[in-house]
Design a protein around this ligand. Structure first.
Ligand code: ADP
Ligand code: GLC
Length: 486
């Protein structure tokens, strides 16, 4: 049994912008079930305070570089007895809007100060300076918002072991030299071995440079970020860490209770592998929801996504336009929000093909479950994908993921092609290059296979049989914690 402090800037169901929130709940829940004493620390955003019933102040601390003392609040993760500690600085976190900005896409002006404060609070709690009478063996940080914590704690005596998990290298927390000074960080950090990155302050480098061990959220992504194409200039440092045995990839798992077609309350009709024929009732309900013709023989493509360049939304818009122009028998249903151009592109597609395309711009947990259950194919043509959770949810729901061969998508989907079909290992569709042409050709492969219901059904069943729970991956984290402690 170990004491673990798990630090994250989003935790489902308290606050979520993407998969980080899912992982920051489901991994701690699994570690808790394995008998570890795990506590989650996150900022006390307004949404979190509103979502939690019992919140009490357990400590008040003064942090370097900040005038007002801050409170540490305690509650529990809903429907669990896992303790959640909230860093309560109303000036930084108690405001209308999202975790990182007033709306999806934008950033709060004071994000550097917000997350520097968060990191200082993480360190204070991890060193028990808050006098909570609890000191972790391991501090597990996630993404750039927690990146300064491993750096700030590195030279403390009797400190916990530190793990830093990379969920996405595309977001690094880069700020000016002026901001660095305003944050009152030790001047010794301003070196290329430290936090300086081409004359900017990099929060991410705090995690990469100072944590005892680094993980990425899939084995393939751990390798990809050691190359210029995916490393954003940090590939040299990452390659070094990899060679030192300090960087590895651990595939995310999913919460198999929350994403379970047998018990999912959001579905029109629940189903299992044995009753997978009921999946078509969910398809019908989905078509109805999006006001599309309720036809069984049309291939329904689903999309649930942050609408950002990473996700290849432009490729989808191009490929699907061409396929619809050519009269292919497909429908597209989308749920997402993000950049204006993509929102507009999807709306235009909908306007042009109202009986073929359905679009909801926004965030809708229940609709996300309905799309996972009702679509035939789930589209994830990502330019890069550190892990991706939606393809894992899709497998569980027998909705074949159609993915680009990158990151966690490469590690979790087996292409329905050649031998994979013969030996019944196929679980979805894969393509290589991030072009609309390849995506289009791959959707056409799916359209063709869909005309062979027996083969299709076999692939669906193989997909549903896959076990991407946290069982194996949580053991890999436990092994890493032990290694870091030894
Ligand atoms: P990322 O973290 O890069 O956004 P993931 O596939 O790891 O990608 O996780 C995305 C998570 O966010 C999934 O749980 C997905 O269902 C959810 N999600 C994304 N967009 C929406 C939306 N518009 N409405 C509901 N859930 C969404
Ligand atoms: C990031 C990545 C996504 C991953 C998620 C959880 O948001 O974009 O691929 O699944 O983190 O690790």
């Amino acid at each position: 049994m170990r004491k673990i402090l798990f630090a994250s800037s989003e935790v489902h169901p308290l606050i979520k912008t993407g998969g980080l929130a899912d992982v920051s709940a489901s991994l701690p829940m699994t570690l808790d079930a394995h008998g570890h004493d795990i506590r989650i620390i996150l900022p006390a955003y307004r949404q979190c305070l509103m979502a939690l019933a019992d919140v009490r102040t357990i400590a008040t601390i003064k942090l370097d570089g900040f005038h007002s003392p801050i409170n540490i609040l305690e509650s529990t993760l809903p429907e669990t007895d896992i303790r959640v500690w909230l860093v309560d600085s109303p000036a930084h976190f108690d405001r209308e809007g999202g975790a990182y900005g007033p709306s999806e896409g934008g950033d709060w002006q004071d994000n550097a100060a917000r997350f520097a404060l968060f990191c200082r609070a993480i360190v204070a709690v991890a060193m028990d300076l808050a006098e909570l009478d609890w000191k972790p063996d391991v501090l597990h940080c996630n993404d750039w918002q927690t990146g300064l914590a491993p750096a700030l704690i590195a030279d403390q005596k009797n400190r916990p072991a530190t793990i830093f998990t990379i969920h996405n290298m595309a977001y690094q927390g880069l700020y000016s030299r002026q901001t660095f000074e305003a944050l009152d960080l030790p001047e010794s950090f301003w070196t290329s071995e430290g936090l300086e990155f081409y004359d900017q302050l990099s929060f991410m480098k705090g995690g990469l440079g100072y944590a005892d061990y680094i993980t990425a959220v899939s084995p393939t992504y751990a390798k990809e970020i050691c190359t210029a194409e995916y490393g954003y200039g940090l590939e040299g440092l990452l390659t070094f860490k990899h060679e030192q045995g300090q960087l590895s990839g651990i595939l995310n798992g999913i919460d198999r209770d929350e994403w379970n077609p047998q018990t999912d309350k959001a579905l029109a009709k629940k189903y299992t592998i044995k009753t997978v024929r009921h999946k078509k009732l969910n398809k019908q309900a989905l078509q109805q929801y999006f006001s599309l013709p309720e036809k069984e023989e049309v291939l329904v493509l689903g999309l649930i996504s942050r609408l950002v360049p990473q996700k290849g939304i432009d490729l989808i818009i191009d490929a699907v336009s061409r396929l619809l122009q050519a009269g292919e028998n497909i429908q597209l249903v989308c749920l997402g929000s993000g950049e204006d151009d993509y929102e507009k592109g999807l709306r235009v597609l909908r306007a042009k093909y109202p009986d073929r395309v359905g679009v909801v711009i926004g965030y809708d947990e229940s609709l996300a479950h309905q799309i996972e259950a009702g679509a035939d194919v789930f589209l994830m043509p990502s330019r890069f994908e550190p892990c991706g959770l939606n393809q894992l949810y899709s497998l569980r729901y027998g909705t074949l993921p159609l993915v680009r061969n990158t990151g966690g998508l490469a590690d979790s989907v087996v292409d329905a092609f050649g031998d994979n079909l013969k030996d019944a290992t196929a679980t979805g569709f894969k393509f290589e290059q991030a072009t609309a042409e390849e995506l289009e050709a791959t959707i056409l492969r799916a359209v063709t296979l869909f005309r062979h219901p027996r083969i299709w059904r076999k692939v669906v069943i193989t997909a549903m049989e896959q076990d991407y729970s946290w069982q194996a991956s949580s053991r890999a984290y436990e092994a890493l914690y032990e290694k870091a402690l030894s």
